[in-house]
Ligand binder design. Structure first.
Ligand SMILES: [Zn+2]
Length: 81
């Protein structure tokens, strides 16, 4: 009878350890995804094309003075006006 109790305790303990490990793994995963999301948002500033109004990252946009453009054609047509 006592052996059955020991087996039950070991089974519960293993289940608890497994559950704690799963919780630990989940907690470890979540801040990482949150951090990378924050980094992505911080490094990529979205700007608006002064000609067509499309939004694009400032790294791939063309800056001409105060204005940003998505391509050279839009920069040229904006300056013509
Ligand atoms: Zn444009």
């Amino acid at each position: 009878m006592s052996l059955l109790i020991v087996r039950l305790v070991v089974f519960v303990l293993l289940f608890w350890v497994g559950f704690r490990l799963w919780q630990f793994w989940q907690a470890k995963q979540q801040p990482n995804t949150h951090l990378t999301h924050q980094n992505k948002g911080g490094s990529e500033t979205m700007v608006r094309c002064a000609e067509c109004g499309v939004h694009l990252p400032s790294t791939s946009a063309m800056k001409a003075g105060e204005h940003y453009f998505c391509c050279r054609e839009h920069q040229a047509s904006f300056e013509k006006e």
